[in-house]
Design a protein around this ligand. Structure first.
Ligand code: ADP
Ligand code: MG
Length: 209
């Protein structure tokens, strides 16, 4: 049960990262590297939003390029660095959007979808503001709502781009602890928190030169 990249090159026309090979297994891996080294580009490529310039990706022994967008949404939850959250809907409704890949064409939430949404909100510690509007939340609260939505997607793979950037010290530690405990998921996050990464996770370090 693995996510494997082989000789992967990513970038825009010219490669930013060349020939990267790595096997991600269950647990937390932290992607580190200076600004502009290509962390976000790598994550976007690994989530299927950008095409690799070279190399291959396989997910659970299936070639990435043969997986449809619909199947991919059941396999990978991705929280980009600036998740669009300027929406005037309730936190519950926003988190429940994570269930879309699993619901029918009408997007109707079944009992199980509501339970999974509730659990995701508990895990991200946002149950208390389930009824608030997403666009009225603080940046840190939004970041936890984005995490809850990714958890509601209930995927084996979770990628997050700088998920602790807006969190206070307490919630940062909690997020690392929580992700470390998710032994059922392949988690990859980009971060500048080297101390936390060393304490809690495997590290994949990339450099721009
Ligand atoms: P990091 O996340 O490590 O800070 P990024 O992956 O965001 O780095 O960016 C790496 C480099 O790619 C930067 O020099 C950035 O300007 C460039 N870049 C980012 N997005 C694009 C794009 N859409 N088109 C062309 N260049 C881009
Ligand atoms: Mg980035």
């Amino acid at each position: 049960m693995q996510y494997i990249i082989k000789n992967l090159s990513v970038g825009y026309k010219k490669p930013l990262i060349k020939n990267l090979s790595f096997e991600f297994s269950n647990g937390l891996t932290c992607l580190t590297g200076p600004n502009g080294s290509g962390k976000s580009t790598l994550l976007k490529t690994m989530a299927g939003l950008l095409k690799p310039l070279a190399g291959s990706i396989s997910i659970f022994e299936q070639d990435f390029s043969t997986i449809s967008a619909k199947e991919l949404a059941k396999l990978i939850a991705f929280v980009p660095a600036r998740f669009p959250m300027d929406v005037n809907i309730s936190v519950f409704d926003f988190v429940a959007l994570g269930r879309i890949p699993h619901t029918n064409a009408f997007g109707k939430l079944e009992k199980q979808d509501v339970e999974i949404t509730d659990l995701a909100m508990e895990q991200a510690e946002i149950t208390a503001f389930a009824k608030r509007r997403v666009n009225n939340l603080s940046d840190g609260e939004k970041q936890r709502v984005a995490l809850a939505r990714a958890l509601a997607q209930d995927t084996k793979i979770l990628f997050m781009d700088e998920p602790t950037a807006f969190l206070d010290h307490n919630h940062r530690i909690k997020l690392f602890e929580f992700l470390t405990q998710r032994k059922d998921k392949i988690c990859l996050i980009s971060t500048h928190e080297l101390d936390m990464a060393k304490r809690f996770a495997n590290i994949l370090s990339i450099n721009s030169d």
